[in-house]
Design a protein. Structure first.
Length: 398
């Protein structure tokens, strides 16, 4: 009985000392030393994001179960992509690295894409984490880091290179047309959650002694062989002989297709081959025929490094968790989780998961890392230019 009483007195004394230390500010609040994320798996519906969060405890004793809660969010242009919270985390003294695997739903990609185009093909990847210690009076410390990603999907489409267009038809002498200039720009005024419009212009020269009538301009937009947009314009044009005419076409990416593109982008180690295929339906000389504009078909290689560390972790096919075929059951939606990883299954599903809609607003957070910029690389498709080409530079649109 005496021993039990002694133990009780010691426990009370320790609690009293700890409480007094908190009141006097002697004990330090655990904080966040670093947050690192990488992609660890992707299926048709979800993307696995693994977060390595290093918590630092400045106290000479560990803070055990029930003492520490952690909230973290990964956002892209303010769109919450992955995140969660964990309560009752036990940490030792010094630095402790905790690993979390969270499931991001791929249907978050279209809303992010809209912000990316609105911001001039620029995305800020934000990482926010907060550590709260109930043991130390509910005090909390926040950590923020951000990284800027830039792409240039259309840069090389703007060209004043003269390119011949062949019909490859019997009884038609080639080239049937010359394209003297091409222009393209995102139509941000009409950008919606459903589609991303793209305004294109072509300055076309007719070298023949008779007119052509263009009845349709058709296009197909592919990203890694995923068709994200296709259609035809019904506006007609008459190409007078020996003159240049400007053709205009408004194309569009259907944003609902972008989550399928995202899967291929990750499986190819964050690489995308953008390809826009054009064709004309032409009437001339009593004939109607389709002309594939192979000379101006647009190809661009895009590469991203969203978390700035893709070379350190398995990517591409190594992280794929399905074969790419449509899933037939809910079980197929899950992705592989690294062994020993704590998983938060309630993320981004509209449940009770805590998210921070005011990400990166500077409200009381400690920003630890300056902004980095990752600019996509690209390789334009080059075409041959004739030695002598009839052009009307005075008719070009600036």
């Amino acid at each position: 009985m005496s021993r039990l009483r002694t133990v009780g007195v010691v426990v009370v004394a320790v609690v009293a000392i700890a409480g007094g230390s908190v009141a006097l500010g002697v004990l330090g609040t655990p904080g966040v030393a670093s947050v690192d994320n990488h992609f660890a798996g992707v299926s048709n519906q979800t993307t696995t994001v693994v977060t390595d969060l290093t918590v630092t405890n400045p106290n000479p004793v560990g803070v055990q179960l029930g003492g520490v809660g952690i909230d973290y969010t990964v956002s892209m242009n303010g769109v919450a992509m992955a995140g969660g919270d964990r309560q009752g985390v036990g940490i030792g003294t010094g630095n402790t690295t905790l690993e979390f695997a969270t499931e991001m739903r791929n249907d978050r990609i279209p809303p992010w894409w809209v912000t990316h185009i609105e911001n001039g093909e620029t995305t800020t990847v934000g990482i926010d984490a907060t550590v709260t210690s109930e043991t130390l009076g509910g005090r909390s410390v926040s950590f923020s880091r951000e990284r800027t990603i830039e792409t240039d999907l259309l840069g090389q489409f703007n060209s004043s290179e003269t390119r011949p267009v062949d019909a490859n038809q019997p009884l038609v002498s080639d080239p049937v047309l010359y394209i003297n200039e091409t222009r393209g720009a995102w139509d941000r005024k009409n950008l919606t959650r459903a589609e991303t419009p793209l305004d294109l212009g072509f300055d076309v020269y007719n070298p023949k002694p008779y007119p052509y009538t263009i009845t349709k301009v058709g296009y197909t937009i592919r990203m890694n062989d995923v068709t994200v947009g296709e259609g035809e314009t019904d506006r007609g044009y008459v190409l007078a002989p020996g003159e240049e005419t400007t053709l205009e076409a408004t194309t569009a990416i259907r944003n609902e297709n972008l989550d399928r593109w995202w899967v291929t982008h990750l499986r190819r180690n964050q690489r995308t081959d953008l390809y826009i295929d054009f064709y004309l339906v032409v009437e001339g000389g009593g004939e109607q025929f389709r002309v594939d504009l192979d000379a101006i078909d647009y190809q661009r290689d895009i590469e991203t490094d969203i978390f700035g560390n893709k070379g350190q972790y398995p990517t591409g096919d190594e992280v794929a968790s399905d074969t790419g075929a449509p899933d037939s059951s809910a079980a197929d939606e899950s992705t592989a989780t690294p062994t020993g990883t704590e998983t938060d299954d309630g993320l981004l599903d509209g449940g009770d998961t805590a998210t921070d809609d005011g990400l990166l607003d500077g409200g009381g957070t400690q920003t630890a890392t300056p902004t980095e910029t990752d600019t996509a690389t690209a390789t334009p498709t080059e075409t041959a230019t004739p030695t002598e080409t009839e052009t009307d530079d005075g008719g070009l649109l600036g």
